[in-house]
Design a protein around this ligand. Structure first.
Ligand SMILES: NC(=O)C1=CN([C@@H]2O[C@H](COP(=O)(O)OP(=O)(O)OC[C@H]3O[C@@H](n4cnc5c(N)ncnc54)[C@H](OP(=O)(O)O)[C@@H]3O)[C@@H](O)[C@H]2O)C=CC1
Ligand SMILES: O=C(O)[C@@H]1CCC=N1
Length: 267
């Protein structure tokens, strides 16, 4: 088990998912995890497990080896003004999961000398099933290994060129919501054709999990797996073709593009 101390500043949706994943998978001693947000009432369950909780960001980072920044993009400037003077850039490492905030922005907000990681996990980190993309600057091999193993503890990790981080945000982080909306539509359809909501949810979710696992384990292209399902003149191809007539793939691609454009335009 790691002995490094980890602080998360901004423990909302994604900060909570990371904290849950790290604690559940025993990445480090729970007492070495510090969680900071203004309203700590939502953090008591972590405190009960042994984590430190605080609303004082400066105190939160005082003993940290790795500081995960998980606030909303518009909140980072204020946080940086508060904690930057207290960061020891010779030994403390910053990891930002904030959408649209670049390593160059973080250098400006903190220090040119700062060891910086920009990562994009998703909420499945809570159950060890995140997809996390990572870029970095000024990091040693040891720091790189540590951050890789931190995110491997909560799922899969891939190092990417930072230029692709906005695209990774759409595909990997927004993607969780897109996949869930797809599953919800399946549940709605499943109910219409006869299932109760619980059974429809189980069938829809397990079927999507199985389909994703086929790609991950067989390393096949989706169309290869689709070919195995589409009986000639059968019901699958009839359904698929009707979905495409209604713009299924096109609407997903346009949705991804709209999300991407939103990040590029706003940040
Ligand atoms: N949600 C997701 O799926 C993902 C989000 N991201 C990115 O992560 C970041 C956080 O997103 P998300 O978790 O959804 O947002 P949330 O709003 O859920 O979380 C932000 C947290 O920051 C805390 N906070 C705000 N101001 C301060 C402050 N001054 N000091 C300490 N804590 C503060 C808030 O709590 P309080 O008000 O109590 O202080 C809140 O819990 C965003 O930049 C987002 O783009 C990245 C990947 C996935
Ligand atoms: O919607 C958002 O802005 C954030 C970024 C990735 C997931 N949620």
């Amino acid at each position: 088990m790691n002995t490094q101390k980890i602080t998360i500043i901004g423990v909302g949706n994604i900060g909570t998912a990371i904290a849950e994943g790290l604690i559940r998978n025993q990445f480090c001693k729970v007492s070495n995890v510090t969680l900071a947000k203004r309203n700590t009432a939502t953090l008591h369950r972590f405190e009960e497990q042994g984590a430190k909780i605080t609303s004082d960001n400066v105190k939160a980072i005082s003993e940290a080896d790795y500081i995960i920044l998980a606030v909303k993009p518009f909140q980072i400037r204020e946080i940086a003004e508060e904690i930057a003077p207290h960061v020891d850039y010779t030994k403390q490492v910053l990891i930002s999961v904030i959408t649209g905030v670049w390593l160059e922005d973080l250098k400006t907000l903190f220090s040119d000398e700062a060891v910086l990681f920009r990562a994009m996990p998703n909420t499945a980190a809570a159950i060890g099933e995140s997809m996390t993309t990572v870029a970095h600057c000024n990091a040693t091999q040891e720091e790189l290994s540590f951050v890789t193993s931190l995110f491997e503890t909560v799922g899969e990790v891939v190092m990417i060129n930072e230029q692709l981080m906005d695209a990774a945000t759409v595909l990997g982080a927004c993607g969780t919501a897109f996949a869930l909306r797809y599953i919800r539509a399946n549940i709605q359809g499943g109910i219409e054709i006869g299932f109760d909501a619980n059974t429809a949810t189980l069938i829809a979710a397990q079927t999507v999990k199985g389909a994703a696992s086929l790609l991950l384990e067989n390393k096949t292209h989706p169309e290869q797996e689709i070919d195995k399902v589409t009986t000639p003149k059968g019901c699958t191809i009839a359904g698929l073709n009707e979905m495409e007539h209604q713009g299924f793939s096109s609407s997903l691609i346009r949705g991804l593009k709209a999300s991407y454009d939103k990040i590029v335009k706003d940040m």
